[in-house]
Ligand binder design. Structure first.
Ligand SMILES: Cc1cc2nc3c(=O)[nH]c(=O)nc-3n(C[C@H](O)[C@H](O)[C@H](O)COP(=O)(O)O)c2cc1C
Length: 191
């Protein structure tokens, strides 16, 4: 059985991040042919094109680009900051998209989950993120959408996702994403 590697990028560096808890829940699910792992974005210096133009990318850029290149699919799970994408996640997208002509995201299937302590579930971040994903040519699943509001109430005293409703939603989202992703992965190299 082929194994497909999915990288999860979390749009929050907070140690008790609710979005990270969603990511950890997905990583912990029973293994299918899709294997999920967290990709670190917290050590990427703010993107400066000089690094690439002068051939001196930081080691963390090189590590990150190699990790993205090796993925079959990408899952973004993000907080919303001021109705948009947290800067740390936008920075990671920029780093992965360069140097010019070496866009690590190109043609990979992707999906977006946003969550918030507020009622709107990070809708603004989710859609601003999608704008960048179009440009870097990630093939982002359109439906189902995932805006998880009042995320704090889904977390149990052990710090893990406890709400049955949220778990059920994440299961069905994950299934839809795997179907979406597989059609592009299995078509790879058949042109
Ligand atoms: C700088 C900042 C801006 C925020 N802006 C929003 C916002 O626009 N919409 C929203 O629903 N929550 C906003 N929040 C609250 C976040 O939903 C909340 O901090 C949440 O816990 C962040 O996700 P995390 O738990 O994964 O870190 C903001 C929080 C911070 C720190």
């Amino acid at each position: 059985m082929s194994i497909y590697n999915v990288g999860i990028l979390v749009g929050s560096l907070r140690k008790n991040s609710f979005n990270k808890k969603i990511a950890e829940y997905i990583v912990d699910q029973e293994e299918s042919k899709f294997r999920y792992s967290l990709i670190d974005i917290g050590d990427l210096p703010l993107y400066n094109q000089d690094f690439d133009d002068e051939g001196t990318p930081p080691a963390s850029y090189t590590r990150f680009r190699q990790e993205i290149n090796a993925l079959d699919a990408v899952l973004f799970i993000t907080a919303e900051y001021n109705r948009s994408v947290p800067a740390v996640l936008k920075n990671a997208i920029d780093v992965g998209s360069r140097p010019y002509g070496k866009n690590s995201w190109d043609g990979k299937p992707a999906a977006v989950i946003s969550s918030s302590i507020g009622a709107l579930g990070g809708f603004g971040a989710n859609h601003h993120l999608r704008q960048s994903l179009v440009f870097v040519n990630l093939l982002t699943m359109q439906q189902p959408e995932a805006y998880i509001g009042d995320i704090e109430s889904s977390i149990g005293s052990d710090g893990k996702i406890e709400s049955g409703e949220t778990k059920d939603f994440l299961h069905s989202f994950k299934q839809a994403f795997e179907q979406w992703a597989e059609q592009f992965i299995t078509n790879k190299g058949q042109d």
